[in-house]
Structures are given as structure tokens and as C-alpha cells.
Design a protein around this ligand. Structure first.
Ligand SMILES: [Zn+2]
Length: 603
């Protein structure tokens, strides 16, 4: 059950707790000017970039971009959800949290989520009963047993069965009085093409409930028991289910992962279950998506080492190349502080030999050899080197091809030390001089830079990103300016949605001092926005009234010009299309804006 913590209690916890004290329990902190710094607990580093501000009561890591307040710190280190973190802190400081009724808005939002989670839980029970009942349920159970799954594993993962037919689940819920429109939001039923009624999404399939680390049932996967297609079917994304942030099995494996300091990542539900069946419980599966940066971030709360398991070289190579994109390319270009987020997880690729899948491999060779193979599994780049050698051989021709294959991936690594080491490894492995390879990689680099410059140009042209970030940084660090921000409608001109929403929250919640940044963080539950706030509050600039006004004027003028341009474009289109109605409307809008600009005339 979700627990709501009243705001005055959150404030009380905040007043009682001190972020420096809390962080000091995990990180050795040293004083550095106004702040404290230490080695980041969320990524591996040798020089401290993890910064804690006692004044603002927030932390931010300039290496990996982790940031937040006391609550987020506890959430990240202990893998807790917000209410749990708040409760744990409350306990620690002897603050009593009573249950309290919610505001209507909160009720509505919580209500929708809760209602989806409740539907999912009841659906899970429905499927689970169906697996244990009747001839078709018994057939499904026999299939699972034949695949080698014990009843213990079937129970532990709450497996179920969606019976053959179009409306079993639909009827089950309609008897309970759940309206079809609400059920549709869960993705468990679909509207019929002719618009008359609905039908069950999962039919005649084994059902795998997807459960998150807080034990909430957030979605489902379904697998056929024969050769029909699609073999796998998943819940669509819903208000409670986001594929790129969900990992199958993490709710059961997180503690094991922490203990083992490593995690196996497999591609399918059954592979995952088989690993557990063989006693390898530090394992998760992705859900029909490639491993995302969010996945990596989630997992790195528990483990430093990740082993991706594949049953073929091709799958391994595809994944290795994608990982390079995900781990090394993920830059966020960011005001002058040049903050970027890098995920440099220690990732290894394990391709099982002879087309084995985890189950067949474990059956034939056993757990020992599997674990030994995992220990020896090469890192991403080493894996690509070996694959390329395997493909092209070590003739002169082959070596040229190998270097060509690898120049892109090597150039993509923006850690100089790591790149140099990999170039050395490649040079030694194929017996070429480092210089020659380096030159090739530079070619790759300049291609990459061109691409990146282009991308950066797009961002700045589209959203004036740096300027927008500066506006928010200014609002966070120099609250005296907020009345002016309001007066000139500055927020309306911010195009980046996260930044705009942050700007609105600052104004709405009347954040009026640096100390309240941490307050703001607990009002916002979007992790990307939390990260942005921590970063923008931490990168200090010295603000004065004059400089701020200049920035505002520059920004608003630019925004007004953009808006005027856009209206003119639309007017031209309407004229061309002879759309009189739209045209009149646009002209009225234009007039209104002219008056508005007049009123807001900027110095
Ligand atoms: Zn960090």
C-alpha cells in the first residue's frame, strides 16, 4: 500500500536531519570551501567529484550526475521508494508519522495509480488460479514442468495462465464491477476494431507478472506454448509501467545482486527463470528492449559488475555496440559547468558456446563452468576485438578490416585513459603499432565530432538550451529575481519541457531561498528533473540584479522573436491554404501578442 507522508512531517524530518551527517555515514567527506566533497558512492572514481552543500542540503556528483536531497540520497543508497525513505528518516529522528487524508488532487493521482496496481494484482491472481485449475490450466502447468521449471519457481515468480477465449479476464472484472474503460488503461484488454466492446490481450499464453522493487505488479508478459506468433507479448506502457525502467526479476534478486556484487542480464523471461532454477539468483531480464541507460543506473545501485548473457555471437555484437552508445555517448551538454553524465558500468559480454541458451548450458555443463565463463567474460571492447579477429583473421587484409571495424567504437569512448588502454590492447593483440591504430581512431573521432557538433547545433537552435538552463539556475540561486521572472512571463518562453516544468514549480511553490532547493526536490518526483535541479543549483555563479535583468531581457526578446516568427509562419500557411477562419484567429492572436509585448516592454 502506498503511504502518504504529510508535508509538515517532511519539513520536520528535513529540519531534524543533516545531509552532511547522513552522507558521512557512507562517504568520507572533506571540507572544500562552502561545500564538502568525497568519492561518489554511485560510480567508481579516483578523484572526488561528489559534492554536498550543507547550505542547500543537497548533493550532486559532477562525475555521474547523481543528485538530490536527504530523501533521494537514502532512496539511492538503500534502493527505497520515497515514502520508505521518509519513514526510515522519521524513525531515526523520532518523528511520528500519522496517517492523514489526501487532497482531492492527490487522491485522484494516487487513485489512478492505485487502481491500476490493484487491477494488476487481481489479474495476477486470476491468471495464477487459471494455471492451477481445469484441464487447460493443467496442460499449461505440464508445459512449464516440461521446460524444467519446478513448482517452487512457478510460485516464487507468480506465474499464471491466460486461458483460451476472448473475454475470460473481461468477464472476471466486469463481475467485480470494474468498468471496461478503467480496465483498458491497464492494457489487459483492447477495444474491438468495430468499437463495440473489448477483448482480452493475453489469450492462451503463459503469463509472467512483472513486479517492481516495491512489490507492485506493474505489467505482464505472455508467452505462447507452441510455435505461434508472436512468441512473446508484453503489456503496453501504462501509468505504472515503463519498459525502459523495468527489469524482470529485480524484486527477487536485488539482495542477491548486492551480495554477489554482480548481475547476469538475460533477454527472456524463461532464461531468467532457468538461472534461478539452477540457483543463480543474481539475475534479471530486460523486457523486450535493449539494455537502457535507466536500467544501468538502476542496477548500479546494487552492483559494480554486469554480465550480459547471449546465445549467439551476433546477438552479443549487436548488444556490445549498443552498450557503447548507451554507456559512453550519453552526454548531457550543460551550461558552463560542462557537467555530463557518463555511465561507465563494468560491463561484460558472455556468449554461450554452440548456440546454448542458459538452460541448456547449465544442464549440460553445470553451474561451476557457467560461473567460471562469467568471470572470464570479456569487457565490451575486448569482446568486439576478439569477434573481429574471429571474422577477419590476422592476415594483412584482416588486420586492416579489424582496425576499420573498431575505429568507431574506440572513438566513441570519451574517457582518454580507457581509450588509450584499449588501443594498446588492440595493438598488442593484432601486432600492429599503436600509432597506426591511433591515427585511424582519430579519423573515427573527427567523424564523431562532426556528428556531435551537428547534434549540439540542433539542440541549441531548437531550444536555446544553455540560456534556458541559466534562467533556471538563476531562479534557484538568486530568488530575489522571481518577481521579475513572473512579471515577464519568462517561463512561457522556455521550450525544454523539463526545464519549463521546474520553472513553474519554483514559482508555484514560492521557493524563496537557497535552503528551499531541497524542499523543491521533494515536491518533484521526476528523476530527470531532480537531477537537473541539483546540477543547476550546485553550479554556482555569482548573480547580481543587473546581470540577471540582462539575462532576462535577452531571453525574453529571443522568445518573443521566436513566437512572432512562428505566428507569421502559420499566417503564411493559412493564407496559402486560403483558410480564412484560422487566418482571422491568428491575426487576432498576433494583435494580442503585440499588445502584450507593448505592456511588457523591456528596457
Ligand atoms: Zn557519481
Amino acid at each position: 500500500m502506498a503511504i502518504f507522508i504529510p508535508e509538515d512531517k517532511i519539513l520536520e524530518i528535513k529540519n531534524a536531519a543533516d545531509i552532511v551527517e547522513l552522507v558521512s555515514e557512507v562517504v568520507h567527506l572533506k571540507k572544500a570551501g562552502k561545500n564538502f566533497v568525497g568519492l561518489c558512492p554511485f560510480h567508481t572514481e579516483k578523484t572526488p567529484s561528489f559534492t554536498v552543500s550543507p547550505e542547500k542540503q543537497i548533493f550532486y556528483c559532477f562525475g555521474c550526475g547523481a543528485g538530490g536531497n536527504i530523501f533521494s540520497f537514502l532512496m539511492k543508497t538503500d534502493g527505497l521508494a520515497f515514502p520508505e525513505a521518509a519513514r526510515s528518516l522519521a524513525r531515526r529522528y523520532g518523528i511520528d508519522i500519522p496517517r492523514r487524508s489526501l487532497t482531492p488532487e492527490q487522491q485522484k493521482r494516487m487513485g489512478e495509480r492505485e487502481s491500476l496496481l490493484k487491477i494488476n494484482r487481481e489479474a495476477m491472481d486470476f491468471y495464477s488460479r487459471a494455471l492451477r485449475r481445469g484441464p487447460s490450466g493443467r496442460k499449461a502447468m505440464a508445459y512449464l514442468n516440461k521446460r524444467g521449471l519446478s513448482s517452487e519457481i512457478i510460485d516464487r515468480f507468480n506465474l499464471g495462465y491466460a486461458p483460451k477465449g476472448w473475454d475470460h479476464l473481461l468477464n472476471f472484472f466486469s463481475k467485480k464491477g470494474v468498468p471496461a474503460a478503467r480496465l483498458e488503461k491497464s492494457g489487459l484488454i483492447l477495444p474491438k476494431k468495430d468499437g463495440r466492446g473489448y477483448y482480452d490481450r493475453f489469450r492462451e499464453r503463459i503469463v509472467f507478472p512483472i513486479i517492481d522493487v516495491n512489490q507492485a505488479v506493474i505489467g505482464f508478459g505472455g508467452r505462447v506454448m507452441d510455435d505461434s506468433l508472436p512468441k512473446y507479448l508484453n503489456s503496453p506502457e501504462t501509468a505504472v509501467y515503463n519498459k525502459s525502467r523495468s527489469l524482470y526479476g529485480l524484486h527477487l534478486s536485488k539482495e542477491k545482486c548486492r551480495k554477489a556484487q554482480s548481475v547476469y542480464i538475460v533477454e527472456g523471461y524463461l532464461d531468467l527463470l532457468m538461472l534461478h532454477q539452477h540457483g543463480i539468483e543474481n539475475a534479471v531480464a530486460t523486457l523486450g528492449t535493449a539494455l537502457t541507460a535507466d536500467h544501468v543506473r538502476m542496477l548500479s545501485r546494487y552492483v559494480p559488475r554486469m554480465i550480459l548473457v547471449y546465445d549467439s555471437d551476433e546477438a552479443g555484437i549487436r548488444s556490445a555496440l549498443r552498450c557503447i552508445e548507451t554507456f559512453w555517448r550519453e552526454h548531457v551538454d550543460f551550461s558552463r559547468g560542462d557537467v555530463f553524465r557518463e555511465e561507465k558500468a563494468d560491463t561484460h559480454i558472455l556468449v554461450l558456446p554452440d548456440g546454448h541458451d542458459p538452460d541448456s548450458y547449465l544442464r549440460e555443463k553445470g553451474v561451476g563452468p557457467f560461473e567460471r565463463a562469467a568471470v572470464e567474460a570479456p569487457g565490451i571492447i575486448s569482446f568486439l576485438i576478439e569477434q573481429s579477429i574471429g571474422m577477419h583473421g590476422l592476415s594483412t587484409e584482416g588486420k586492416i578490416r579489424i582496425v576499420t571495424d573498431l575505429k568507431g567504437p574506440l572513438a566513441a569512448i570519451n574517457d582518454n585513459v580507457a581509450r588509450t588502454l584499449y588501443i594498446k590492447e588492440l595493438a598488442e593483440r593484432i601486432g600492429l603499432e599503436e600509432n597506426i591504430i591511433l591515427e585511424k581512431v582519430r579519423e573515427g573521432s573527427s567523424e564523431k565530432e562532426k556528428k556531435e557538433a551537428l547534434r549540439h547545433k540542433n539542440i541549441t537552435d531548437k531550444s536555446g538550451n544553455r540560456l534556458e538552463q541559466q534562467i533556471i539556475a538563476m531562479m534557484l540561486q538568486f530568488p530575489d529575481i522571481l518577481p521579475e521572472i513572473k512579471k515577464y512571463n519568462v517561463i512561457e518562453f522556455i521550450e525544454n519541457r523539463d526545464l519549463q516544468s521546474i520553472g513553474r514549480s519554483i514559482l508555484e511553490n514560492q521557493i524563496s531561498s537557497a535552503e528551499q532547493v531541497s524542499e523543491l526536490l521533494s515536491l518533484i518526483d521526476n528523476p530527470e528533473q531532480q537531477r537537473l535541479i541539483s546540477a543547476l543549483a550546485m553550479i554556482e555563479e555569482s548573480w547580481d540584479e543587473n546581470g540577471c535583468m540582462k539575462l532576462i531581457v535577452q531571453f525574453v526578446k529571443k522568445g518573443q522573436r521566436r513566437r512572432d516568427r512562428q505566428i507569421l509562419e502559420r499566417i503564411k500557411t493559412a493564407e496559402r491554404e486560403n483558410d480564412q477562419e484560422t487566418l482571422n484567429q491568428l491575426l487576432r492572436e498576433k494583435q494580442k501578442l503585440a499588445v502584450l509585448s507593448q505592456n511588457q516592454r523591456l528596457a
